[in-house]
Design a protein around this ligand. Structure first.
Ligand code: GLA
Length: 395
C-alpha cells in the first residue's frame, strides 16, 4: 500500500483529517551470511530490504494506544500505564506493546496515540517482519517522547534495536540475537552491514553484485520462531561453550574460537549433537569474514561457494533447515546462472537467498516455481530484492 492509501485508511478508521498525521517506517532484512551466530557473539552480514512496516500515527490526549493493521479487522486498545498486563493475551499487537513497555522501562515517555500498521514484509517468511514492526514502533515512540521532553537530536537507532530485542525476549519469549533489529534500524540502501554482534561495531559494505541480483524464494511454509527449536539451539551453544572453556579458558563466547582451536579441542564436547552445533558456529563465523573479503574484491564466485557451504552446514550440522528450504537451495544451485544459494534467517521455513545473474532472474523463477509446487504441493513466492534504508520518519 502506498503512504497516501494508508493515510486514507487511517482517516476512515480513526476519523479526523490528515493534518496531524505522522508516518514512520522500518524494513525487514535478508541475511547474506552468518546464520545462527549472532547470539554467539559472531559476525553477521545482513542487509535491509525495501519491504517494510509503515506506521501512520496520530497523538492522542489521553493514555490510550489504539492499534490497527491495514489487513486485519481487529483493533487493539491498551492503557499506557498498564502495558505489562496484555502480555501473552493478544492475537496481534504484542510486538508493539512489548516495545512500548521496554522504552518506558528505559525512561522514555510513552504517548497515547492511534496507530495504523501496514506491512509489506511477508509474515513468517524469515525476513524479520517482526523486527520491522518493533523498530518502527520504537522509533515512533522515541520520537514522540523526545518531543514531549523537548530533547533535541536524532533518535539513537542502535538503542532502538537493543530495546526492540529486549521486547522480543521479555514480551514475546524468543531469546533472539541482535541481528534482525540492528539491520532494520541501521540498514542503508545498496549496502550490507558487516556487524560484530559482540561489540556492535559495524561497517556498511557497498553491495556491488555486478551483473547479478539477489532473489528471495519464500517456501511459504508457516513457521513460528517461538515454537521452533531456536531456544534449544541457544542452550546447545551454551553447553558447547562451557565444555570448550575447560580447555580454552580465555574464550568468552563461541565466536572467539578459531577453526584450528575447535578442531584440536572438539573432543571435550562429548555430546556429538552439541559438537555438530559448535562446528557450524565456528566455521560459519570464518565464512562471514571470507565472504566480506571476497565481496570487497568483487569475487562473487567465492562468495557463492561460501553461501552454499553455509546452507549445507545449517542443513546437516545445525539442523535448522527443512525439506522445502533444501529443495529450493539445491535446485537453485543446479542452474548455471546461479552463483550461490542458501537459507536465510532462523530456518524451519521462510526463505532462501540466491545470487543470480540478473539477465536470468525470470528464468530462475520460471524454473524453480513448478519444481517446488510439484514436489511440495503448494507454490513458493519469489522476490527480486532491492536493498533499502533502515528505520526513519517519512516526511
Ligand atoms: C532469527 C533471530 C536472529 C538470528 C537468526 C539466525 O532471525 O531473530 O537473531 O539468530 O534467527 O541467524
Amino acid at each position: 500500500m502506498r503512504l497516501n492509501e494508508i493515510k486514507q485508511q487511517f482517516i476512515e478508521t480513526f476519523g479526523g483529517d490528515s493534518a496531524d498525521l505522522r508516518a514512520f517506517a522500518s524494513p525487514g532484512r535478508v541475511n547474506l551470511i552468518g546464520e545462527h551466530v549472532d547470539y554467539c557473539g559472531g559476525p553477521v552480514f545482513p542487509a535491509a530490504l525495501t519491504m517494510k512496516t509503515t506506521i501512520v500515527a496520530r497523538k492522542r490526549s489521553d493514555n490510550i494506544i489504539r492499534l490497527k493493521a491495514t489487513d486485519l479487522d481487529i483493533m487493539v486498545e491498551a492503557d499506557i500505564n498498564d502495558l505489562e498486563k496484555y502480555k501473552g493475551t493478544l492475537k496481534w499487537g504484542d510486538y508493539q506493546l512489548g516495545v512500548a513497555l521496554e522504552l518506558q522501562k528505559a525512561g522514555y515517555t510513552i504517548q497515547g496515540c492511534d496507530l495504523l500498521y501496514d506491512d509489506t514484509t511477508p509474515h513468517g517468511g524469515g525476513l524479520s517482519s517482526s523486527a520491522a514492526i518493533e523498530v518502527s514502533t520504537a522509533l515512533m515512540f522515541a520520537t514522540f517522547s523526545n518531543e514531549i521532553n523537548q530533547k533535541a537530536g536524532p533518535v539513537d537507532m542502535i538503542e532502538m534495536a537493543l530495546l526492540s530485542q529486549k521486547a522480543e525476549h521479555n514480551y514475546i519469549g524468543v531469546n533472539c540475537g541482535i541481528m534482525d533489529q540492528f539491520a532494520s534500524a541501521m540498514g542503508k540502501a545498496d549496502h550490507a552491514i558487516f556487524l560484530n554482534c559482540a561489540t556492535l561495531d559495524y561497517e556498511l559494505v557497498p553491495l556491488t553484485l555486478g551483473d547479478c541480483c539477489l532473489v528471495l524464494s519464500n517456501t511459504n511454509k508457516k513457521h513460528s520462531l517461538g515454537a521452533s527449536k531456536y531456544n534449544e539451539r541457544r542452550s546447545e551453544c551454551e553447553a558447547g561453550l562451557k565444555a570448550l572453556q575447560t580447555v580454552l579458558p580465555n574464550i568468552q563466547q563461541l565466536a572467539d574460537v578459531t577453526v584450528e582451536e575447535f578442531e584440536s579441542n572438539k573432543q571435550v564436547i562429548t555430546d556429538p549433537i552439541v559438537q555438530k552445533r559448535i562446528k557450524h558456529v565456528v566455521y560459519e563465523c570464518a565464512r562471514v569474514h571470507e565472504s566480506v573479503d571476497a565481496l570487497k574484491k568483487g569475487d562473487l564466485k567465492t562468495f557463492g561457494l561460501l553461501m552454499n557451504a553455509s546452507h549445507d552446514s545449517l542443513q546437516y550440522d545445525y539442523e535448522v533447515s527443512c525439506d522445502e528450504l533444501d529443495l529450493l537451495a539445491h535446485e537453485a544451485r543446479k542452474l548455471p546462472y546461479v552463483i550461490g544459494s542458501r537459507m536465510t534467517g532462523a530456518g524451519f521455513g521462510g526463505c532462501t537467498v540466491s545470487v543470480v545473474k540478473t539477465a536470468h532472474a525470470q528464468d530462475f523463477i520460471k524454473t524453480l516455481a513448478p519444481i517446488y509446487e510439484e514436489k511440495i504441493g503448494y507454490p513458493a513466492s519469489f522476490y527480486i530484492t532491492e536493498i533499502g534504508d533502515g528505520g526513519k520518519e517519512l516526511l
